[in-house]
Design a binder for this molecule. Structure first.
Ligand SMILES: CNc1ncnc2c1ncn2[C@@H]1O[C@H](COP(=O)(O)OP(=O)(O)OP(=O)(O)O)[C@@H](O)[C@H]1O
Length: 163
């Protein structure tokens, strides 16, 4: 199973209306053209937390620290484990988001996240993650590779778990 990460940097007040999340518009690879958090696949010997920090640096040039684990998501494709994704959020970072070949960063109000331009499962778990909850989820896709062309068919979520 592929091990991957997502990192959601947050800025502003906790009150939903003022708070913003840094999303990327993915410019290549899996989920190209869709919005997501910075992230990607773990390299051999790398912990998911190290991966989330590295991918955020490589994709948008931000140095994130104090990552808080917010979720563990398993994506099944045709009943086989395809990807496990470790989700983090943080309010601590240095630098200014900068576009790379892979990603175009954008601060978005947490009340205005473009769920219609994201993975179909994101609308189910990301709102809770942006509110500060923790989640473990399993999501079933069908229709063969690539995952971003498969159909999202079913899910199971557990909130407020300790991670
Ligand atoms: C199925 N539903 C899904 N919902 C939300 N997010 C999903 C996802 N499935 C994959 N993701 C995330 O999307 C990124 C893919 O990136 P990733 O595997 O790195 O692909 P990419 O081809 O760009 O490879 P590189 O590692 O950059 O070479 C990575 O953050 C991963 O966690």
């Amino acid at each position: 199973m592929i091990e991957a990460t997502l990192c959601f940097p947050l800025r502003g007040h906790d009150a939903e209306i003022d708070c913003e999340v840094l999303l990327i518009e993915k410019r290549r690879g899996l989920g190209e053209g869709w919005y997501n958090g910075p992230g990607g696949k773990c390299e051999p010997g790398e912990t998911p937390r190290e991966c989330a920090i590295r991918e955020t640096r490589e994709e948008v040039g931000l140095e994130v620290t104090d990552l808080e684990k917010a979720g563990e998501l398993t994506f099944l494709l045709d009943d086989e484990g395809h990807t496990v994704c470790h989700v983090y959020r943080t309010r601590s970072f240095d630098g200014q988001p900068t576009s790379s070949e892979e990603a175009h960063p954008e601060w978005v109000s947490v009340g205005n996240v473009p769920y219609d331009q994201m993975w179909a499962d994101d609308r189910l778990w990301l709102p809770g993650v942006l509110e500060g909850k923790t989640v473990v989820g399993e999501f079933r896709f069908e229709g063969g590779e690539p995952l971003d062309e498969a159909e999202f068919v079913d899910h199971d979520l557990e909130w407020d778990v300790s991670l």
